[in-house]
Ligand binder design. Structure first.
Ligand SMILES: [Zn+2]
Length: 96
């Protein structure tokens, strides 16, 4: 379990704890916000790598000996699309 720092008393608290065991500050909202940001980051990366992947695929197909570039483009498309879908599902799943 990763530890986060309590914003009130600065003691280390498990990020799965609903509140700080020392001062009782509720931490659940903070954990959700932190998780939401990392999911948004993955979603943004997916948004970026998908068009880059499409571009690499088209560039690789239209040039001689561009198989490596085209393969890289396909990988980027799948990674970007998969990351975007995963982040969308996680956002939906975690939403109360
Ligand atoms: Zn505290």
């Amino acid at each position: 379990m990763p530890l986060i720092t309590c914003p009130d008393c600065s003691s280390p608290v498990s990020d799965s704890a609903p509140s700080c065991p020392k001062c009782g500050r509720p931490l659940a909202a903070m954990t959700i916000e932190r998780t939401g940001k990392s999911i948004k980051g993955i979603q943004a990366l997916g948004c970026l790598s998908f068009p880059v992947g499409v571009f690499c695929l088209l560039a690789g197909m239209s040039s001689d000996g561009g198989q490596v570039v085209a393969t890289l483009g396909i990988l980027l498309m799948f990674a970007g699309g998969g990351g975007f879908i995963w982040a969308s599902v996680m956002k939906w799943w975690r939403h109360d």
